[in-house]
Design a protein around this ligand. Structure first.
Ligand code: ADP
Ligand code: ZN
Length: 553
């Protein structure tokens, strides 16, 4: 590059000379130039996409231009330490303020800040909003020495998201007190709803939006029918991830403990992690996971945020996450190094029922519950899908696969969106489908007959027995062999019935109630009964061979 171009392109110069990188990635350049020029921005970029440079380069440029310090708001202490350490290595004066500093250290940072010696200051939101800190910011602002606010993990401001932090709500004060200081918000996860929430709560209505492709092409998505989850997990680990590091997510602490000790007994090095363990154990387990190559961390969602281990080769879910954002965030911890990685999940009818019940029994108000249900439904649709998982996943984030991202082989194909990714279970082995419309009508009419005959409700197991014409004790007890719907679905295997019921619940035609999860028709059932809805379902995979250890029935 000639000296002239260097002159003309200060952002590029900083990238090369300070950070030692040859080129910006994706939308980094646009973002950097916009923010360096004083524009407000909302940046959505997947994990590992390079968000830090989006505020670090403008911070350096604005500091050089005499505009003072950039304040980075972050909830993650570990991340602040890492970043300040890295900036130190490349010679950019920066510091953090958080609870790990003692009084002397804090005062030194404050002195440096007020004296204009810092290019970047990292601080937790609760720190920024203290009167003492706000007063320091006022004094800087009065002298034109407050260059930029960068709000990282901005989704934490949204109560609709999965990671709400009360302290983030107070950040709207930044706009009120410092209207002249440019602000940018960054996040790796935000569906439409969360995005609008960020904009309104952080007062970023005027901000330019920079949305990168959320595709993680090296992650292979697989969702299997839950049959014997622990054995299925073991088979997945043995067949595909011998000697790899990975995370297995479970919903409950007890299941975390059970699964970790079971894996260890099976010869796979595994440790538990959940909020019920004492801080010391948690830290030890986390350290070992970060250091070792072949450790499986079995964890609740308490584990993960801010964990930056590049070579996590798989993320497995033994239970359904709350919604697609959570699924994306959790699976996104795999393959940050860009090498092939797996997102694997086992999912079944009980998951649907459990998640619904957790929402129904929750403390939230009705509006919030309605939204949670809608978000769960979207995840269920992803789990039940028989077409490309990636197309659906990205579609949820408003991205049309094949026309948003930068795919090198797009040139020849023009701008035609690609509808298959070639790196998910459904693309690699397209599942057979069957028309379940008729079966769905049979199931719903059977639930209707239960109600007509005595008004009692029953669960999925009993419904399937009746449909398949099985004379069980319960069937005899309630005289259900006399129902007109008894045995009308004998030709459909049990696994397929389960998939029909799952889908009917997922689509809201059927719901479960009470502690026994009995089935009840919804208003939406009518459409199915009238034949207005066509159901095309995946044929459940053959139940895998199970040697001698068959389940007891
Ligand atoms: P995020 O915060 O979006 O998860 P980071 O800012 O931590 O991502 O960046 C992820 C990794 O990519 C880091 O190791 C970073 O140094 C590297 N990186 C970011 N931008 C570039 C670039 N333009 N060229 C080379 N490496 C980059
Ligand atoms: Zn695909």
């Amino acid at each position: 590059m000639s000296p002239a171009t260097v002159e003309a392109d200060p952002a590029q110069q900083v990238l090369n000379a300070v950070f030692g990188y040859p080129a910006f990635r994706g939308r980094q350049r646009d973002i950097v130039e916009h923010v360096a020029a004083g524009g407000a921005a909302l940046v959505l970029m997947p994990t590992g996409g390079g968000k830090s440079l989006c505020y670090q380069v403008p911070a350096i440029l604005r500091h050089r231009a005499g505009q003072g310090v950039t304040v980075v708001v972050s909830p993650l202490i570990a991340l602040m330490h890492d970043q300040v350490g890295a900036l130190d290595e490349v010679g950019v004066p920066s510091a953090f303020l958080n609870s790990t500093l003692d009084g002397d250290e804090t005062r030194r940072v404050e002195r440096d800040l007020l004296a204009g010696r810092l290019v970047l200051l990292y601080a937790a939101p609760e720190r920024i909003l203290t009167p003492r800190f706000l007063a320091m910011l006022e004094s800087l602002a009065e002298r034109g020495q407050l260059a930029l606010f960068a709000i990282d993990e901005a989704h934490c401001v949204s109560q609709w998201g999965h990671d709400f932090r009360e302290e983030y709500l107070g950040l709207s004060a930044l706009h009120e007190r410092f209207p002249q200081v440019p602000r940018m918000a960054l996040t790796a996860t935000a569906d439409d709803h969360t995005r609008e929430d960020i904009v309104s709560r952080l007062r970023l209505e005027q901000a330019e939006r920079f949305v990168s492709s959320f595709d993680r092409p090296n992650i292979r998505y697989t969702i299997v029918e839950k049959d014997e989850p622990k054995r299925q997990l073991l088979r997945f680990l043995r067949d595909e991830h011998e000697g790899d590091a990975g995370i297995v997510y479970c919903q409950s602490r007890k299941k975390v403990e059970d699964t970790a000790s079971w894996l260890s007994a099976e010869g796979i090095p595994a440790l538990p992690y959940h909020a019920g363990l004492d801080a010391d154990t948690r830290r030890r387990h986390q350290d070992r996971f970060l250091r070792e190559d072949a450790l499986v961390m079995v964890a609740t969602i308490a584990f993960g945020m801010g964990i930056d281990k590049p070579d996590v080769r798989f993320v497995a879910h033994l239970d359904l996450p709350k919604n697609i954002e959570a699924y994306y965030q959790e699976t996104g911890r795999a393959g940050r190094d860009g090498l092939p990685a797996d997102a694997w999940m086992a999912y079944g009818l009980a998951d649907v029922v459990n998640q619904r019940r957790m929402i129904d029994d929750g403390e939230a108000d009705e509006d919030f519950k309605r939204l949670q249900r809608a978000k769960l439904d979207a995840l269920l649709a992803l789990a039940e899908a028989h077409d490309c998982r990636r197309v659906r996943l990205l579609g949820y984030f408003g991205e049309c696969y094949g026309d948003g991202g930068e795919h090198e082989d797009d040139d020849a194909a023009g701008a035609v969106p690609r509808l298959r990714c070639g790196n998910c279970d459904n693309c690699l082995a397209p599942p057979a489908t069957w028309d379940a419309t008729e079966a769905a009508r049979k199931a719903l009419s059977c639930v209707y007959r239960f109600r007509q005959q005595g008004g009692k409700r029953f669960g999925a197991g009993h419904l399937i027995d009746v449909l398949r014409g099985k004379v069980t004790e319960k069937v005899a007890q309630y005289g259900h062999e006399t129902l007109s719907t008894f045995g009308i679905g004998a030709e459909v295997p049990e696994s397929q019935w389960r998939s029909v019921l799952r889908q009917l619940i997922a689509l809201g035609h059927l719901r479960t109630e009470g502690e026994f999860n009995t089935l009840e028709l919804t208003a939406g059932a009518r459409e199915v009964l009238r034949g207005e809805v066509q159901l095309l379902l995946r044929v459940p995979a053959e139940a895998p061979r199970r040697g001698r250890s068959t389940r007891t029935r």
